[in-house]
Design a protein. Sequence first.
Length: 431
Amino acid sequence: MSPQYDRADAIERDSADALASFRDRFIQPEDALYMDGNSLGLASDASIETLDRVVEEWKALAIRGWTDSDPDWFHYGEYLGELVAPLVGANASEVVVGNSTTVNIHTLIGTFLDLALAEQPENTPPPAVLVNDLDFPTDHYAIAAQLTQRGIDPDEKLRVVESSDGRTIEMDAIIDALETHADISIVFMPSVLYRSGQLFDLEAITTAAHEADAYVGFDCAHSVGVVPHELSTVGVDFAVWCSYKYLNAGPGALAGLYVNKNHFGAEPTLAGWWGHEKATQFEMNQTFTPAETAGAWQIGTVSMLSAAPLEGALAVIDEAGIEQIRSKSVALTDYLITLVDGRLGEVFSVGTPREPSSRGGHVSIEHPNAKQLSAALREAGVVVDYRPPNVVRLCPSPLYTRFVDVWDAVELIRSLADEEVTTVNVDSQVT
Ligand SMILES: *Cc1c(COP(=O)(O)O)cnc(C)c1O
């Protein structure tokens, strides 16, 4: 017997949800059904509390805040790194919170390019970096710039794995590239593709890269906080992520990075005093001695007000448990996919892999007039985002989205589908 899908069933699912009560910890935006937590996670009472605490420390302690606040500001990047480490499966010393994701790509790609260059026998061709054509653009901009700065032509050495369907990247295509091009020294891939939501097999990619004598790094912006990782166990060399998506730490919150302990002591490309060995940082030596931890990849003074909300946000995630968060996320995206298939017309299709193990936390719905559809949804109070050319992303972020929200969002799409805004108009598709 096929299950009954109606609003009452959605409410039933919510009452059986072990994480249901977490929704009350978050502040819902006005008049909105929020399906955009993969772009900007919501504020929680906990994140506002830790932010307020730091503001109070600033008022009361001023400069003494660096040493006398609790936890002290001086080690705050490392302190937060320790709290994030279990979410990515790393040792505390391998993770630090600092900089922005794009800056972290610059410094880590630069660092590993320099390691690759130093290890090369003489008269070998310059190293290449392997990426894919569905990447978030900032990754390519930063990597190309790092290659250029070393006199390496990115048109040749930024090697791009092509997608065969415009949605996903096949493992075989990555292996093919590694077998075809002996110059690949770094494989840099996303954990989850920002548009289709495909979740990559980090372990398989790491094994393939290492077999080809390449370093491997991941951009985990779309997975940290919703998909558990085992970066250290798997042997990933480095990784970066943002804190404002599933980690709910606020707009432009400080990012995170991971460096495998085997690479401690490597020279950070973007050296700065905040990456100095902590014990001697204030001796103010003119020679840079990098910290013997991932902390070495920090650059300048930790931005306390962009870091503090993360502390509270992480406490909520810790309380819920990352495994439970992932289970609920999979249940929500499964439910969403079922409703798209069953309740929306054929002009809508699911662009996200259907296999849960190949899916991150959001679902992309493809529609020829996706841009107009997203605008109409926002107008009607459902916050989604549009990604060109034909994708509407819906993210039921598991800590604060109910099954009934998913139901309501799909029903709204269904009602809009009858209106002019989503009828297929060949002329407007081109724009
Ligand atoms: C969101 C996102 C970024 C953002 O980088 P910022 O430096 O924080 O602007 C980078 N990479 C990916 C894959 C993203 O999804």
